[in-house]
Design a binder for this molecule. Structure first.
Ligand code: ARG
Length: 298
């Protein structure tokens, strides 16, 4: 049975009583060999066509890779593919799940833009090789769903947060909720600069989130404040220009974040998180940063 929640009056649970889920221990990264800005499909890409410094991008990516290894994650590196300059953003082509009995499954995305549709089969191969069961959405019913760019697991709980409006359609969450047997909190996104949920909301641990309030409706903000004990707000500058909310906290303690988010880093430290700053300036030109440059896997 599907359960998609869009306002607080539909809530019939507390996060603490939801089923536990293991934290992922693997990271998928795609090499930035063919990364560049070649078209404009989000406002951040405007003015950046042909503007990527490839060597700098490679360097930025290597630093991130090393950091996941240092944290103890198993890192699976996939080759980039010529003609797919955005494939490095491997949060977008899929949404993996682990069931109660440890079965691994994945829903493959239906990319919103023509330019990115061809990335999906390459990422699907990675799942096939690691014994995930593959689920395809009916693309005659759903025009778009961009994986973990828009659908983010609550930290260690069977609860999914799903953004919609720009890259994913709201209706898709009924199917996802049913397929993964999980409630979904569906949040409408209302500012095109924050086109994926991972650009304006960052899961930190089971009780803590950071987010940029203006990217959400009142219903969305109320849901966020109701389901998280600690809510850290990000300023417009750090959210929009530095993609602070596109940080990632893969273990509930260490936060990987774009360099220079001075204000929110202060709040994160006060809340007990450990900050690791990275330069992702080349990737910001394409409208992406730390979170969307990886996929967490079981
Ligand atoms: N240029 C890419 C796009 O517009 C960037 C994707 C970034 N991914 C993310 N989940 N925020 O699709």
């Amino acid at each position: 049975m599907s359960k998609v929640i869009t306002s607080v009056n539909q809530l019939d649970f507390n996060v603490s009583e939801l089923e536990n889920m293991p934290a992922p221990e693997k990271v998928l990264l795609v090499k930035p060999t063919y990364f560049s800005v070649e078209y404009v499909i989000n406002p951040h890409m405007e003015g950046h066509i042909g503007d990527v410094d490839k060597l700098a991008a490679q360097n930025e990516w290597e630093h991130l890779k090393a950091a996941y290894e240092e944290l103890g994650f198993y890192v699976h590196v996939e080759e980039g593919r010529r003609g797919f300059p955005d494939m490095v953003f491997c949060a977008n082509q899929s949404l993996p799940n682990i069931t109660k009995d440890g079965k691994k499954e994945v829903i493959m995305s239906v990319m919103n833009s023509e330019q990115r549709k061809g990335e999906v089969p390459f990422i699907q191969k990675v799942y096939e090789e690691t014994s995930y069961e593959i689920v395809h959405l009916d693309n005659t019913r759903f025009s778009s769903f961009e994986g973990m760019g828009d659908a983010i697991w609550h930290f260690k709980k069977r609860l999914l947060w799903g953004g919609y409006g720009y890259r994913s359609s709201k209706e898709v969450y009924d199917v996802i909720s049913e397929t993964f047997d999980t409630p979904v909190i569906a949040l409408e996104l209302v500012d095109e600069r924050f086109y994926h949920l991972d650009t304006c909301l960052c899961m930190l641990d089971s009780e803590t989130v950071m987010y940029y309030p203006k990217a959400f409706t009142d219903n969305g903000k109320e849901l966020i404040h109701t389901l998280f004990k600690n809510v850290i707000e990000v300023s417009k500058y750090e959210a929009e220009k530095l993609f602070a909310c596109n940080a990632t906290c893969p273990d509930g303690k260490n936060v990987f974040i774009q360099q220079g988010c001075v204000d929110v880093n202060h709040k994160l430290k006060e809340a007990g998180f450990k900050i690791h700053e990275f330069s992702t300036y080349q990737f910001l030109k394409s409208g992406g940063s730390v979170f969307c440059m990886k996929m967490l896997l079981w």
